[in-house]
Design a protein around this ligand. Sequence first.
Ligand code: NAX
Length: 332
Amino acid sequence: MSSSVKVVVTGAAGQIAYSLIPRLVDGRTFSNKKVDLALVEIPQVVDKLEGLVMELEDSYFPNMGNVSYTDNFQEASKDADWFLLVGSIPRGIVYNGKKIEERSDLLSINGGIFVDQGEAIGNYGKENAKILVVGNPANTNAFIGKNAAKNESQLWMAMTMLDSNRAKSIISKKTNKNIADIKNMIIWGNHSPTMYPDAENISIDGDLGSSILNDQNWIQDIFIPSVQQRGKAVIDARGASSATSAAKAAIDTVMACEHPTDSGSCFSAAISSDGAYDVPEGLICGFPLMRMDDGSIEIKRDISLSNFAKERIQISVDELLSEKEAVKHLMK
Ligand code: NAX
């Protein structure tokens, strides 16, 4: 084996993690590197992870290295290369005697968690660590975590790959093209119902969406709302939120960051804005990204945006700004 990588996963006893964790050690995600896992849960459920560790051992993964589990995030963070922050308090649960229904309550509770985790990552994670926030509200959790980490050599991302994959699937059905021929699906903005899935710049068998999808009514009335509301549709149908598709999307994001992006292509995740496409600096916003040969992640800057696209992106950016305002007490 060539080298090793240490991956921290929070929410490790949850639904997404159950699909995600085996894929981290399957010899594909990190190629032939040995993968050490540090699994993190809250104290109430951390003991359940013993069962998951038993299953991982029983699965015989030749690339699996050390596997540990803990409720101490700081301890888990030491020298980690990757952090997959899946754990967060979901909407609908009773927390400190109050049912959490409002996004603002969710922001506040999870925000507190991400201050502590961010500080630990900044202090104990590797200098070039990559952090993928899956737990919602993902963009603002990443914003809070990055601010607390105060470590500019680390890369904070919020996951929009699931939205991107959902959008590709819808376009594939609409155009009768193979899913493998649908590429460069950019999700702009927030991972929330305001996100803007970009049908104009998608590549369909090598052609731009703007030249193939000439049905603006379908884009506005069917495509965009279907992507924005797909998470809710899955909850309605399954009685639980997306899990295996979310896990696959997290793996796709890791792989996109581990391997150079093909020339002219891009992948979707939200990262801190440097002012690109007029998004205010510092917001964790969905952008088209490229993994460069030197391992860095760059925003692809040559995407043309129509006025319609600019308006839609602005709506989502405004939402990110209001979320930023709602968590300003957590900024130090
Ligand atoms: P589950 O409720 O099955 O699992 C979450 C786990 O996180 C629980 O076991 C809980 O004990 C743990 N946890 C909570 N706070 C923690 C902390 N401070 N440290 C460590 N662990 C902690 O949820 P699951 O279905 O796995 O979803 C996890 C998160 O992903 C949710 O916030 C969900 O909203 C979010 N999602 C994000 C998606 C995205 O595209 N970005 C899509 C899927 C999903 O909805």
